[in-house]
Write a protein that binds this ligand. Structure first.
Ligand SMILES: Nc1ncnc2c1ncn2[C@@H]1O[C@H](COP(=O)(O)OP(=O)(O)OP(=O)(O)O)[C@@H](O)[C@H]1O
Ligand SMILES: [Mg+2]
Length: 285
């Protein structure tokens, strides 16, 4: 397959659990070298979709291609080219992070150095501690480290930073950025919308097993009625207004103030954040 073909293509994906349809005709395309964020409320079908792409769950119907392979075939070649942070790990209670990483690295043709990955994940002080003695956040760091150690070209990170302290989260962001700079492709799910805004080239907002919107985090906000304009008139209370057309509103407000010979104090305009757009889309769907 060519280098320009997408890393992941999903079309009309459906997944039933008995009678329940968790994924209902989902389409996404992830380009090579991009960080793609899958966002959506609890139960939206994100983990189901990601685990189908990883080859961990079987789909009911639809077409799926991951690096040119059907993940349902569970090919060894594909396994060696992907790295995974599962939403719930917890398989390695008696071994140490160093042992777990060395073991996992052995499945990959060109793994990273274990010591380097321990440092990247902030696990050096705990490298030789049995994992049942690690804290929740430290275990999550180990999950993240396990996804990195094989140095795969495609990574699936399902809520990778849940439970991380703020410093660890920033460090993980730096790591994800450096992976992107190396040309890796990353599919990320997160409930931290500032994380998606900081990392993702594009995001898909998913609800009830369908995609509601796809685009760059900045583009998704365009056209949303959520620009916030705030100002104070002649020493009065701070007024906050929402508008989809900040140009016109500012023109009216500033025109009226100037006509009175006044200035608007503390004037500010705030773009809709990804969180605003997310809340609006998922509430209306
Ligand atoms: N093994 C399963 N058997 C039956 N139902 C399941 C199974 N796994 C998931 N579901 C249901 O499918 C729906 C989607 O679950 P999924 O784990 O994909 O959601 P999610 O978007 O990852 O949510 P979260 O943000 O909470 O992680 C949920 O309603 C869940 O209860
Ligand atoms: Mg999930």
């Amino acid at each position: 397959m060519s280098e320009t073909s997408p890393a992941i293509e999903v079309s009309a994906l459906c997944k039933r659990y008995g009678e329940y349809e968790a994924v209902r005709g989902l389409d996404i395309t992830v380009r090579r070298g991009e960080v793609f964020g899958l966002l959506g409320p609890n139960g939206a079908g994100k983990t189901t979709t990601v685990e189908i792409l990883e080859g961990y769950r079987a789909r009911t119907s639809g077409d799926v291609s991951v690096l040119g392979h059907d993940p349902a075939s569970r090919s060894i070649e594909l396994r060696r080219r992907i790295g995974v942070v599962l939403q719930s790990g917890g398989i390695y209670s008696h071994i140490t992070p160093r042992e777990a990483l060395a073991h996992w690295a052995s499945f990959y043709p060109h793994p990273r150095e274990v010591g380097e990955v321990l440092a990247l994940a902030g696990l050096e002080p705990k490298a030789d501690v049995r994992s049942r003695r690690l804290s929740g956040g430290e275990l999550r760091r180990l999950d993240f480290a396990l996804a990195l150690v094989g140095d795969p070209e495609l990574m699936f990170l399902d809520e990778p930073t849940t439970g991380f302290d703020p410093e660890a989260r920033r460090a993980a962001w730096e790591t994800v950025r450096s992976l992107r700079d190396l040309g890796k492709t990353i599919l990320l799910t997160t409930h931290y919308l500032e994380e998606a805004q900081a990392l993702a080239d594009r995001v898909a907002i998913v609800k009830d097993g369908r995609v509601l919107a796809v685009g760059a985090p900045r583009e998704l906000g365009v056209g949303a009625a959520h620009y916030r304009v705030a100002y104070r008139e002649s020493g009065g209370e701070l007024v906050e207004r929402e508008t989809g057309d900040p140009t016109t509103l500012l023109h009216e407000l500033t025109g009226a103030a100037l006509a009175r010979g006044e200035r608007l104090e503390e004037l500010s305009v705030e773009r809709p954040s990804l969180e605003d757009v997310y809340l609006e889309l998922t509430a209306n769907a």
